[in-house]
Write a protein that binds this ligand. Structure first.
Ligand code: PEP
Ligand code: MG
Length: 875
């Protein structure tokens, strides 16, 4: 528990006020008298006991509590102490009745009523800030405990240890993520305590900000928490402990931010497979008619300028007839907008990926945000505004406060709010959604991420905006959707005529109006070449991937849900090499039972139409948390109880999953694989559970393990005696081999799957597998990198499982390879010193036969090769 410095009260500012809520009016009055006797009259202590009328009835009343809070009001805040049961409920309801500005400074305390009131009154009289007053109240039983016996509150939570935090007290959380508490980590913070019965407040301890509700994205943004800042969090209520634990666990996982933030400009952000940069086609600068902006998504677009036609969303300022009807209209519009956004989020997950879907998911929080909804409701009831007018005013005001934030990345989030706000206004005013009438380069002042996510790449050739930035959510989504984009072109863009021809270079950040014919020819030639390659790969996507010399490589997909299974089939995947089952259940509140799991696995298998489905058992822990299975803080979660370790520690969970897998395998081709295996004993234990799950019926599925820990690679001979196949998880394998946290942006590049040390472990795994006649696949990100294909083939890998959008081009890369040349390449790579030497070797070889492109030539006929037929460097 961190101490908060006492500060002198500002002259004229009343000390922290106290409200005592009890089921009995007499008890509340008595406790208030006692506290006044100790602290004097300066502290406003207001009793809110019993129900009205009759005064003698036992119970609590939210309206009474709200009135008492107003009576005890001080700019320093009000602490509410409660006795039992519904007192907390009434106090929480009372908060809802308060004006927004006041609510932020009210803290509900879990302290005992009488002792807490006295201790709090004394601390308040001394001019302590509200957090300190609250913490004094919570520790108020210590003296009694010391005398009567039993642990003291203070000794239960030593100051510097991350032990349990008691209800009603504070904790501090270091925010060490690159962009600070930006929209998505803030959204995760809100979601981490959603559903808990706790009032959670947060403040920026580094800047000494006010405490705000940790349920509001808008309020959290106002804290301006940057990297290196410390967050002060207080929780009160029955689930205060759980709330604090959940937040600490989230912080320990670095707010679940990905290893390399994709918010960076395109130069630093990893380009998703669909958004491969084209080489710049244009001369550097100074062309006539050239507008220079900021590169946001690489690629060239040649077409006409098309303005997004947006309906007039001005809300009338006429007084509303019936506030009740307006309130209802607001609820309906918000619900409809929420439904739209949920649909868009799910589509985005399929079209762009899970990370991008989270952008839309974070926007959904605006629709639940008390900072937005409550003032809107108040404006409807108090000022009799129409719902549209009230919503428009409040969201505009909040948008302005986002724009005033110091952090430029946070400022860009104003566009997120504007997009959500417009969606609700469309509903309220009954106006149509914005449309792009013709195919072309979309021009807009700015685009909300939710607008970008909904764009159809077949219609939108490129995006040009006057405002925005490369780290805006729109830019991230444009990159993920593979739409070239330039942002920040300035207001001059908006003066252009619709239909004017233009050439947009997303890699360079330029828009050339009425480009010269030679320039267009050059850009077109490059774009055509790129398209031809993509089309060629796509046309052959449903053919097997066979090397020039006849080695068959299965190119499968990594998926996290049923929708993605269908996309995998459409993309030409030969099967699913990795179903991350933990992704299926991330949004659930608890793990679905065996039957529900079987339903979803079967649905995925059905969508695969007979192609093999590799189901990985839950890989929970470290970068893939599932709070309801495990929310315990670990100092080193990557080295902690995760993957199969957690499965064996909670066998009832693993066995339920295995029963569902076995049942699915009775009808469809299914393989099962265990994650994070470090030694043979774990495989034996997991297989014993599998046998138990199968019961008396014979098992008809292949069993494999992920090789993603160096000890597994080095024990591959022993593991191969126990399983049918290995799948190399190169993401974790490189993190553990190079001792570089894949979630830590500062060292993430060290976790290099191309490092010869990682490659040697792959080679050792393949060697041991082949000695026992087992096959080896790769399902880590390395498999989806074109440059890695010849290397992996040369190392003897026979299945590459990759992200869905990468399937076609990886198949194409296989077809361009010659396995003999690949083996020679791999042999040389194994002797090199580091990852960059390996990359150098590959790029040198790419001009030679190893991966010489062979566009246009027909795929060779599939020879009688099998996954284990090619020579390896050791074969
Ligand atoms: C890996 O570690 O390479 C892997 C595929 O598993 P995940 O990324 O799910 O940890
Ligand atoms: Mg892994």
């Amino acid at each position: 528990m961190a101490a908060t410095e006492a500060t002198d009260p500002v002259p004229g500012e009343a000390p922290v006020g106290l409200v005592l809520v009890s089921h009995s009016a007499q008890l509340a009055e008595g406790a208030a008298d006692l506290a006044r006797a100790m602290a004097g009259e300066e502290v406003r202590i207001v009793a809110a006991g019993g129900m009205a009328p009759p005064e003698t009835a036992l119970g609590t009343d939210a309206v009474r509590v709200a009135a008492a809070i107003e009576e005890a009001w001080s700019e320093r805040g009000v602490l509410v102490l409660m006795d039992l049961g519904s007192a907390l409920l009434s106090a929480e309801m009372a908060l809802e009745l308060l004006p927004e500005g006041h609510r932020k400074r009210v803290l509900l305390s879990a302290a005992p009523l009488v002792e807490g009131a006295v201790a709090a009154a004394v601390a308040s009289r001394l001019g302590e800030p509200i957090e300190r007053v609250a913490s004094e109240a919570t520790s108020s039983l210590d003296a009694k405990r010391a005398q009567v016996g039993g642990p003291s509150e203070a000794s239960a939570a030593p100051a510097d240890e991350p032990g349990p935090v008691l209800p009603g007290v504070e904790t501090r959380i270091a925010v060490d993520i690159p962009l600070g508490l930006h929209a998505r980590p803030a959204a995760r913070l809100i979601r981490a305590t959603a559903g808990l019965n706790a009032q959670v407040l947060a403040g920026n301890a580094t800047t000494g900000s006010a405490m705000v509700t940790a349920r509001s994205l808008n309020a959290l943004a106002g804290l301006q928490v940057r990297e290196g800042h410390e967050l002060l969090v207080t929780a009160s209520g029955p689930d205060a402990q759980k709330a604090i634990d959940a937040l600490r666990a989230l912080a320990a996982r670095r707010f679940d931010e990905p290893a390399v933030p994709r918010d960076g400009p395109p130069a630093t952000a990893p380009a998703p497979p669909t958004a491969r940069p084209l080489p710049p086609a244009l001369p550097p600068t100074g062309l006539e008619g050239e507008l220079r902006g900021v590169p946001a998504s690489a690629g060239i677009a040649i077409g006409t300028l098309q303005f997004l036609e947006e309906a007039d969303l001005t809300a009338s300022d006429a007084e509303a007839g019936d506030p009740a009807k307006e309130l209802q209209a607001l609820e309906l519009a918000v619900t409809a907008a929420r439904r739209d956004l949920e649909q868009l989020r799910d589509q985005t997950r399929t079209r762009a990926g899970s990370y991008e879907a989270e952008i839309v998911d974070a926007d959904l929080l605006f629709l639940e945000d008390p900072e937005l909804l409550e003032p809107t409701r108040a404006a409807i009831t108090d000022r009799r505004l129409t719902a549209a007018r009230a919503w428009s005013e409040v969201s505009l005001r909040l948008g302005e406060s986002w724009e005033r934030l110091e952090d430029p990345t946070m400022r860009l989030r104003a566009a997120d709010l504007a997009g959500v706000s417009r969606r609700v206004l469309h509903r309220l005013l009954g106006r149509p959604a914005p449309v792009l009438r013709r195919r072309g380069i979309l021009v807009a002042r700015d685009l909300a991420p939710t607008d970008t996510a909904a764009l159809d790449p077949a219609r939108v050739m490129g995006i040009a905006t006057a405002g925005g930035g490369p780290t805006s959510h729109s830019a991230i989504l444009a990159r993920a959707l593979g739409i070239p984009a330039v942002v920040g072109l300035g207001d001059a863009l908006l003066a252009m005529a619709p239909g004017q021809s233009a050439l947009l270079d997303g890699g360079r950040g330029t828009l050339i109006l009425d480009p010269a014919a030679a320039l267009v020819r050059r850009a077109r030639a490059q774009a055509r070449e790129e398209q031809r390659r993509a089309a060629h790969a796509a046309a052959a996507a449903h053919q097997p991937a066979v090397t020039r010399d006849g080695v068959v490589i299965e190119v499968a997909a990594n998926i996290g849900g049923a929708e993605e299974a269908s996309r995998a089939v459409e993309a030409g995947a030969d099967g699913v090499g990795l179903l991350r089952t933990e992704f299926l259940f991330m949004e659930a509140e608890s793990l679905p039972g065996e039957e529900a799991q079987e339903r979803i696995y079967s649905e995925i298998a059905t969508r695969l139409e007979g192609r093999p489905l590799t189901i990985r058992t839950l890989d929970v822990g470290a970068d893939k948390p599932l709070p309801y299975l495990r929310s315990v803080h670990e100092d080193n979660p990557a080295l902690g109880l995760r993957g199969i370790r957690l499965g064996l520690a909670q066998p009832e969970v693993l066995i339920a999953q295995l029963r569902a897998v076995v049942a699915t395998a009775r009808r469809s081709p299914v393989r099962v694989m265990f994650p994070m295996v470090s030694s043979a004993g774990e495989v034996d234990a997991a297989r014993a559970l599998l046998t138990e799950a199968a019961g008396s019926e014979p098992l008809s599925l292949e069993v494999g393990v992920m090789v993603e820990i160096p000890s597994a690679a080095l024990s591959a001979a022993q593991l191969a005696e126990r399983v049918d196949f290995f799948s190399l998880g190169t993401n974790d394998l490189s993190q553990y081999t190079l001792a570089a946290d894949r979630g830590n942006a500062e060292v993430a590049t060290l976790a290099d799957a191309f490092h010869p040390a990682t490659l040697r472990l792959i080679a050792a795994t393949v060697r041991a597998a082949r000695a026992r006649g087992r096959w080896v696949g790769v399902c880590g990100e390395l498999a989806g990198q074109i440059e890695a294909v010849p290397l992996l083939i040369g190392l003897g890998v026979r299945e590459l499982s990759v992200a869905v959008p990468a399937v076609a081009r990886i198949k194409e890369a296989v077809r361009a390879a010659d396995s003999g040349a690949c083996v020679r390449l791999a042999r040389r790579a194994l002797r090199l010193a580091d990852g960059s030497a390996v990359r150098g070797l590959i790029s040198g070889a790419s001009g030679r036969a190893t991966i010489a492109p062979r566009h246009g030539s027909p795929a060779p006929s599939r020879r009688a090769s099998t996954r284990s037929s090619a020579t390896t460097p050791h074969g």
